[in-house]
Design a protein around this ligand. Sequence first.
Ligand code: S3P
Length: 185
Amino acid sequence: MTGERQIHNLALIGFMGTGKSSVGRMAAMQLHYDLIDTDELIERRAGKTISGIFSEDGEPAFREIERNLVAEMNGWRKKVISTGGGLAASDANLASLKQHALIVCLWASPEAIYERVKTQTHRPLLQGPDPLGKIRELLEQRTRFYKQADVLVHTGTRSVREVTQQVFHQFHAARHPEPEREKSH
Ligand code: S3P
């Protein structure tokens, strides 16, 4: 971590179904930060669901809304930002997030993701005939972005509480480096 890095917020990135919203909620409570779920904020502002935005305006319009929201985040303080799964799949969005947030990526295998999302219907990208294939394809495309996170947390079979604890400790360590760690830079 460089001296210039400002960590005012915690950003959770990662694929759909990796637990960003649940972990974000618990982390925000522990940190006494506000929780901002980007999908929820976008839906509230647009007055329609994410599926509605995809079907009526198209995915590029949704990505533009995400980009504009990311630009807004520069002035945010003490927020846990739970991002939609595609928001961090952009070098520009990642670079912008890194200016004010510690970026933590929640990671899971395609099979584990599929198990978590298979009964849900609110994600337009996974409504096709082969959701597991789509998960594999998108995850492969996005891995290079997700791996640019400051911290990668494997969710595996861990509970939301366990994952949150790990995220919380990483965030604390990044914001309050030990003297030894500071000296080594
Ligand atoms: C998307 C993930 C969704 C939502 C939209 C697109 C993606 O968010 O933003 O359906 O491209 O991965 P979650 O990760 O919260 O499901």
